[in-house]
Design a protein around this ligand. Structure first.
Ligand SMILES: O=C(CO)[C@H](O)[C@H](O)COP(=O)(O)O
Length: 218
């Protein structure tokens, strides 16, 4: 399967979010990654429902909604109603992860689970068959523009082995500090979806940058 590119609108220009989403519509981006932060699970606050609705009005690509929030189970249906196609919750925020994953799937959305950099891949061994996406955080969540953490490569390999051993069809998504230098190595290690925020939106030509990431050979 060709890899997917999911630009993160956390790094978009807020004065022209609608124009940036229009640009993504006409680009080779596959998904639009929306980071939701609550100021509790992570030390930053980003989008809530009104912004998600505004993005969804313009977006013609699936919205990949990443919930960096405590108690995500309280809001799953609202995020789905706001246009989320993929809903990703954090392993570290979900004591009843199986129930929360079932709740996401019951809405018709694809279910993702994100792991912080320090969380072992093996913690997903009993739920990997139920997941559509595993998002490996390659920075500590909360902010765009951080430095990529290199031990992500070995987590990708471990996750790939777990997915194969359990015959799961889930995708491996990498989020944080992705750029043209590390993207080929991430894909070679087994990544399927690359989230990129500042690398795309701070570039001279974001659509071309997305195309360049898309055209990397595995
Ligand atoms: O939200 C994030 C961390 O919580 C991500 O880093 C963001 O989705 C991507 O931004 P960047 O490519 O600038 O790291």
């Amino acid at each position: 399967m060709p890899h997917l590119i999911a630009p993160s609108v956390l790094a978009a220009n807020f004065g022209q979010l609608d124009k940036d989403v229009e640009m993504l519509n006409h680009s080779t981006a596959d998904w639009i990654h929306v980071d939701v932060m609550d100021g509790r699970f992570v030390p930053n606050i980003s989008f809530g429902f009104p912004v998600l609705h505004a993005i969804n009005k313009v977006a013609q690509k699936p919205l990949d909604v990443h919930l960096m929030i405590e108690h995500p189970e309280l809001y799953i249906e609202q995020f789905r109603a706001g246009g989320a196609s993929v809903i990703t919750v954090h392993y570290e925020a979900c004591p009843h992860l199986h129930r929360t994953v079932e709740q996401i799937k019951a809405t018709g959305a694809q279910a993702g689970v994100a792991l912080n950099p320090h969380t072992p891949v093996a913690f997903l061994s009993e739920i990997i068959q139920d997941l559509d996406v595993v998002c490996l955080m390659s920075v500590n969540p909360g902010f765009g523009g951080q430095k990529f953490i290199a031990h992500t490569y070995h987590k990708i390999k471990e996750l790939k082995a777990l997915i194969e051993s359990k015959e799961s069809g889930c995708l491996i998504e990498i989020d944080g500090g992705v750029n043209q230098d590390n993207a080929p190595l991430l894909l070679a290690a087994g990544a399927d979806v690359l989230v990129a925020g500042s690398y795309v939106f701070n570039s001279q030509n974001p659509a071309q940058t997305i195309l360049d990431l898309k055209q990397i050979k595995k």
